[in-house]
Each structure stands twice: as structure tokens, then as C-alpha cells.
Ligand binder design. Structure first.
Ligand code: NOJ
Length: 759
């Protein structure tokens, strides 16, 4: 171990570490034994205005610590950097600020650690398909450990925008359409990143984003405007954020979008009235990238100065990348437009985050204290997450699982079969494709020399329209006993700013699949994609279909395990799959309307009599050409086992406001294999102060049942589970009648009823 020239610092394994606080710092910083609030107050007392504004500035790391960056850090002119991803640089930066600046306030080092770091887990939408908060928490833990080893102490995740539009590229980063599921997974991810002790090595601060309503971007076009009535905002879009705040999330990020005419980065109602006022959040809100400056583009601020005013007034503590705060906050204060108390409040939120993270005690990273990145345990978590994310959408005549003993040869076809990069999905700055295990590799490993594998891409990429490769693909199929086609979307077709208006399989993939199916061999399709796709046009061409999302580093082995029956697929859709894009938005928790569609009232346009009287058919809420049901409902997913539900029972037919209702049903595995089933509980409030969804998820249990096992599944419901925001925007639980369902999908028909009576 070599000492550096600076007192109090040592070089460990080439990485600069703090040995003990320097004499100067010990005198200056409030003692670690004091409560955070008094440490914040005494630090604020000693800060100059420039130092306060400095805390509110986040800049993108330019790749090296040049003289300008060093000077800014030494002057106390920065609160945070984003995109520093090696421990040596991170430690050097923390040393410069803690040793070289007047007050030594350590920096937040932020990074988009969205679904893993070096070890890439399935995209969040895929993780949501596991319906398994415990697994999502473990995945975030893996990501936190790996990111922390690179000096990152703050991630911009989880993204918990309720997302009901599969055209939106960022649906990939979300947990799907349901507020309740998103809330559960939000808490799980926050806990995974932040751990029990934020100051411990290997925990990092989480960010609940994007506050709020970003998922409702019109037409699913990224950054587009949103219009969400307050009642829907409170009942649908805000609950995951409230859950994250209650779970102790360190920070929130403002959305790029405007909502009801007010961009989030200047939205007092969201940031002040709801977040601070109603929820009591006292942490840090960071803008999105240049989103304060973009208040000008929105036409909400005339210039950067007004943008700075509106953002600070609304309650954005830290500005990401643009310079409105740096250039204008001091003038706004001088001119009496912003008060010092306001600036102090905003800086306090940042300091609290830093104290909570224990950065003042130890801002440094010692990777040797942390597990090796991409170690076998981390890869095992990624594999489990990928496996539980696989959704079996079709399985005709038991086409799956494949039996190695029945097959002489298999044709593996498609642009997603052996592409280590594309299976990782969006937001994988730190992922390493060389770690990826592709489906082709995993199938080869699985079957060894027992089955001959012939692989042909068929198409160069998922977008290719050059069909020259079909010839070789069809030759491979001609010699095979079965076909496995790996299709979907490359990573770049989803994620930020990558929305699509047509969500069919892109390029000539549909033609490829049709050509493959004409050979008359069993065709198994596995789709790797960042969003739901409209797959109606291929369904009758395939014997089986697995939707694998972008499954991450260990996608291949997980898929091979499912294909060959080592484990049954057990994922469920966290978002509704439409038949056609024109049905969007389509989600299970819709309102009933005054004219709900029924099978009796629906007539397809092909069957409408010519010159029929307008009112003779239907007059209910449906599309003439697509009906009123989706292709696959929320919560749907098949299994190789055959599960059934029966004998639903409630503990009471009538309950009071203080009571707990027990809801039970018997789940039976009628097959000869053990498998997981995701049991779901839905409720409906029949009459409300505002119209209520036809079903709402209120319980989930992932259970493993042995072959032929039956088990009683028990859920508990209380008045809080039935609460909603009424016309006056307060949370209420109304007496009245309720329906409750249990099943393996949102379209289950196993139902019971109960009445809630007032006190
Ligand atoms: C923009 C994205 O909207 C946000 O989610 C991300 O965290 C920031 N860029 C930082 O990269």
C-alpha cells in the first residue's frame, strides 16, 4: 500500500481512498453523531451563496478530470456529476472535493443503472412479467453492488411511469400498465438498490422517475404532451411514486413532459403541493437532462432566467446538465424574485441525500470490499429473472416443451437467435455483450451432440427487408424436425426517443415466419422485444410462442431451459397485448362506460348487414373491426402444467371498515410436472363517487406446486385496499358492494361478492 502525497489519503490497489478525515475537515464538518437535520442546518449556515448554488448543479462527466472540472469541484461549484463509472476516477473526484474544496461536501455520482450494470437483467418490463417483487429486489441488489464497485452512488431508477401505450419506446423501462403491480415492484427495486443501510458499501441511492405522468405521452410518441385529469393522476399515475416515497426513496426525477399544460420541471402542483405538501417528501428532486432549459421549448418560460425561476419555485433541487441555475439563481435572489429561504430549502434536500448515503463519513469506493462484478451468483440472479420473465402465449397440442429424444435435428432461425448485444435491450451503457449467453449457444449446450442444430439468420437484422437469407433458412428447415425462430426487435427499436407507430414485427420477419411455417414442421417462435408487439398476424403460423422481452445477459440459458422443459415458463403479461394498434390505449382496468360491449351486442363489420339501421346492432363500446377484447389480457401467461382454480370462499359476506376479509380459493396443478403459477386477486367496486375500473389487481402470489398438488391460496383485503380518490380528490373508502376474483389472469371468471358497511 503506497501513501499518496496528500495527508489523509492512501492508494489501495491503485485506487485513492480516504484514510482518515483531515484535521481541517474534522473541524469544519458537523459531527456524524448529530441528527441529519442539525448537520444540514449547520452546514447551510456556513455555506456561501455560490456554494449553495453549486450543490444544485449536476454536470455530465466529460471523460477526464481536466483543469476546468477540477477548478469547479475545488470551488464547491458542483453538487453532482453523472456518468463517472470507474472507481479510480470516482475516488479521485471525491478526494478533490473533500480535500480541496472549502467545505468538502462530497459529490453524488449518478448513472442510469436501469436493469443491471455489467450483468444485465431483463428489461424492467420483462422483470415485471415475473410478478415477483422478491426477485426484482434481488436483481436491483446485484445492479447496486456492481455499480457501487464502479464508484456510482446514485442510480436513476426505478422508472415507475404507469405505461399503457406499447408504441412508447420507454414502456421497456417500465413495469407496465398497472398501478398496483408497479407500486409493489417500485418498492422492491428501491429496497434492492438502497438496502437496509444506505451508508453501507454496495448500496446506492434510487430515483423514482419520471414524476409524473410521462407514460401517458400522447400517441405513445416520446416526450409528447400529456393530459391527465387529476382524478386519474391520483388513482393511476401517482400511487407508484407515493409507494416509493413511503419506502424511503432518496430522490425523484422530473418528467420531460408537460401535464395539463404545465411541464413537470416547472410544476408546483406536482413538486410542491403533492410531493412535499401531501406526502412530506424532504429529499432531492433532480430535473431530467436539460429539462429546465426545455421549459423555453415548451413555451413555458421566455428565457433561461425565467426557466430557472419556474423550476426553483416549483421545487427542483438539482439541475441536470443545463445552466439555468448556474447562470441565473444568484441574480434572481439579488432581484428579490427568489428568496434565500427557498434556495436553502432546495439545497437542504440535496444535503440530506448526501448525509443519508453516508458520503460525509466515507465518500470513497473500495471495490475489494464488494463482490466481483458479473460473478456466478449475479449471473444466476439474471438467469432466474430471465426465466421468470418468459411468457408462454401459445402452445398448441403440447408443441412445447421439446423432447431431445424425439428430435434428430432442429433448425434455429432468426436475427435474434445469436446476437449477444441485441438481447440486452435498451439502457445498457455498462453491459458487456461478451458476457451474453445467446439462445443458440444455450440450445447447443443443452442438446450437445444428441440433436443436430442448423442455424441460419434468415434476415440480417430484425428490420431487414432483404430476403436473400430465406433460401438458406428454408434449406435448414427442410432438413429439420422442428423450427425455433428467434424474432423480435433490436434494442434500438425501444427505449428513450424510440417509439413506433406500427408495432408489428418489423422488417420482413412476418414473411420469414410464414415461409418457415409452410414447410409443415412444428414452428416455435421466441420473440425478444422491448414492448408488446401486435402478433395476431403470426399466431396461426406458429405452434408455440414465447415472449421473452429483452432478457439480458443470461437470456439464452433461460430460454433453453423453457424450450426443453427444464422449467416451465411462468411469466405473466404486465401489459395488455392489443390485436391491432388502433385499440391502443387498451388495458384491463378500464371503466365500464354507459354502454359496455357484450358478445351479444358486438357484430364484426364483415357481418354487418348492408344498409343496416344505425341502431339495429350493437350500440355499445367496441371497434367494428377489432371487437373490444385484446389479443392477450394483462396477467395472462400459459404453463406446461395445467392449473385450475376452484372453491372460492370469503371469510364473510359483509365486512366493516376495520375488518380484514380473507379470500381463498383452491389452486390445483392437474399435470405431472411441478411448476410456478402466479395467482392474482382482482376487485371491483360496483358503485363509486367516481366511476371505478371494471377490475383492479390487489394481490399476487407466485407459488410453486408439485405435480398433482392442490393448495389453498389465501389473500387478505382490508378497507385500505378498496380506497380510491373521489371527486374531491381525497382518498376515500366507500361502503357498498364489491366483486372479487381469483385466477391466473385478469380475465378469470372465478368470482365472489361482498359488502362493505360503514361504521
Ligand atoms: C434522460 C432520461 O429521460 C432519464 O430517464 C435519464 O435518467 C437521464 N436522461 C440521464 O441519462
Amino acid at each position: 500500500m503506497a501513501s499518496s502525497s496528500r495527508p489523509g489519503l492512501v492508494l489501495l490497489g491503485g485506487i485513492l481512498l480516504m484514510n482518515a478525515p483531515s484535521a481541517g475537515m474534522t473541524q469544519q464538518l458537523p459531527s456524524a453523531d448529530e441528527p441529519i437535520e442539525s448537520r444540514v442546518a449547520s452546514l447551510l449556515d456556513r455555506m456561501t451563496l455560490e456554494e449553495k448554488i453549486g450543490q444544485m448543479i449536476q454536470v455530465n462527466f466529460p471523460g477526464e478530470i481536466g483543469p476546468d472540472l477540477r477548478a469547479a469541484i475545488e470551488a464547491g461549484g458542483l453538487g453532482s456529476l453523472l456518468n463517472v463509472v470507474d472507481a479510480r476516477t470516482a475516488n479521485e473526484i471525491q478526494a478533490i472535493v473533500t480535500e480541496g474544496s472549502r467545505l468538502g461536501i462530497p459529490l453524488l455520482l449518478g448513472r442510469d443503472v436501469i436493469h443491471g450494470f455489467r450483468t444485465v437483467l431483463p428489461i424492467p418490463l420483462g422483470q415485471a412479467a415475473s410478478f415477483n417483487p422478491e426477485l426484482v429486489e434481488r436483481g436491483a441488489r446485484v445492479a447496486a453492488l456492481e455499480a457501487a464497485a464502479a464508484g456510482v452512488n446514485w442510480t436513476f431508477a426505478p422508472m415507475i411511469d404507469v405505461s399503457r401505450d406499447p408504441r412508447w419506446g420507454r414502456i421497456a423501462e417500465s413495469f407496465g400498465e398497472d398501478p398496483w403491480l408497479t407500486s409493489r415492484l417500485a418498492v422492491a427495486m428501491v429496497n434492492g438498490f438502497q438496502g437496509g443501510d444506505l451508508a453501507a458499501a454496495g448500496t446506492i441511492a434510487a430515483t423514482a422517475k419520471h414524476f409524473a405522468g410521462y407514460g401517458a405521452s400522447e400517441a405513445g410518441r416520446d416526450y409528447n404532451t400529456t393530459n391527465i385529469p387529476e382524478n386519474e393522476l391520483r388513482n393511476v399515475y401517482l400511487p407508484p411514486f407515493k409507494a416509493a416515497v413511503n419506502a424511503g426513496v432518496v430522490s425523484l426525477m422530473a418528467s420531460f413532459s408537460d401535464i395539463d399544460g404545465v411541464p413537470a420541471s416547472g410544476n408546483r402542483f406536482l413538486m410542491q403541493d403533492i410531493l412535499r405538501g401531501e406526502w412530506g417528501f424532504d429529499g432531492l428532486v433532480v430535473s431530467d437532462w436539460v429539462s429546465i432549459e426545455q421549459l423555453i421549448d415548451h413555451g413555458f418560460a421566455a428565457d433561461l432566467r425565467e426557466a430557472a425561476f419556474k423550476a426553483a419555485d416549483a421545487g427542483i433541487n438539482m439541475e441536470m446538465v443545463s445552466r439555468a441555475y448556474a447562470d441565473h439563481l444568484a441574480d434572481l435572489l439579488r432581484d428579490g424574485e427568489i428568496s434565500l429561504a427557498r434556495i436553502d430549502e432546495l439545497v437542504a434536500g440535496i444535503l440530506r441525500a448526501k448525509f443519508r448515503l453516508g458520503l460525509f463519513e466515507n465518500p470513497y469506493t473500495d471495490p475489494s470490499e464488494l463482490p466481483e462484478i458479473a460473478n456466478p451468483e449475479h449471473l444466476a440472479v439474471a438467469r432466474e429473472a430471465a426465466l421468470q420473465s418468459l411468457v408462454l402465449l401459445r402452445n398448441e397440442r403440447g408443441a412445447l416443451p421439446l423432447d431431445v429424444d424425439d428430435l434428430g435435428s432442429i433448425a434455429v432461425i432468426g436475427p435474434m437467435a445469436d446476437d449477444p448485444y441485441e438481447q440486452l435491450g435498451t439502457w445498457v451503457f455498462d453491459g458487456d455483450p461478451s458476457l451474453s449467453r445467446t439462445p443458440l449457444q444455450a440450445i447447443r449446450d443443452m442438446v450437445g451432440d444428441r440433436v443436430r442444430i442448423r442455424y441460419e439468420r434468415g434476415l440480417e437484422t430484425t428490420r431487414s427487408r432483404n430476403t436473400e437469407g430465406f433460401v438458406a433458412a428454408l434449406q435448414a428447415v427442410a432438413e429439420a424436425d422442428a423450427v425455433i425462430a428467434f424474432l423480435g426487435e433490436e434494442s434500438i427499436l425501444s427505449g428513450e426517443a424510440h417509439s413506433r407507430a406500427d408495432i408489428d414485427l418489423p422488417g420482413s420477419q412476418v414473411e420469414l415466419l410464414h415461409a418457415l411455417s409452410e414447410a409443415g414442421k412444428p414452428v416455435i417462435a421466441v420473440i425478444l422485444a422491448g414492448r408488446p408487439l401486435t402478433v395476431q398476424n403470426i399466431l396461426d403460423q406458429v405452434d408455440a410462442l414465447i415472449f421473452a422481452w429483452h432478457p439480458g445477459t443470461m437470456g439464452g440459458p433461460a430460454i433453453a431451459d423453457a424450450l426443453f422443459g427444464v422449467e416451465s415458463p411462468s411469466g405473466k403479461l404486465p401489459v395488455t397485448f392489443p390485436k391491432v394498434v388502433g385499440q391502443i390505449p387498451i388495458y384491463y382496468a378500464h371503466k365500464n362506460t354507459g354502454k359496455p360491449a357484450t358478445p351479444e351486442t358486438y357484430v364484426h363489420l364483415d357481418d354487418l348487414p348492408v344498409r343496416a339501421v344505425q341502431s339495429a346492432h350493437g350500440m355499445t363500446s367496441h371497434h367494428l373491426d377489432a371487437g373490444y377484447t385484446p389479443l392477450f389480457p394483462f396477467g395472462f401467461g400459459l404453463s406446461y402444467a395445467h392449473f385450475s382454480f376452484a372453491d372460492m370462499e370469503l371469510s364473510a359476506a359483509v365486512i366493516g371498515m376495520e375488518d380484514t376479509l380473507t379470500v381463498e380459493a383452491v389452486l390445483t396443478n392437474n399435470s405431472d410436472i411441478a411448476a410456478d403459477e402466479v395467482v392474482q386477486l382482482y376487485v371491483r367496486d360496483l358503485v363509486g363517487d367516481v366511476t371505478r375500473p371494471v377490475r383492479e389487481l390487489r394481490g399476487v402470489q407466485r407459488l410453486r406446486l408439485d405435480a398433482r398438488e392442490s393448495r389453498t391460496v389465501t389473500f387478505e383485503l382490508d378497507a385500505a385496499d378498496l380506497a380510491f380518490y373521489g371527486q374531491d380528490m381525497t382518498l376515500i373508502t366507500e361502503p357498498g358492494q364489491f366483486h372479487v376474483w381469483i385466477g391466473g389472469s385478469s380475465d378469470t371468471d372465478l368470482r365472489a361478492e361482498f359488502t362493505l358497511v360503514g361504521d
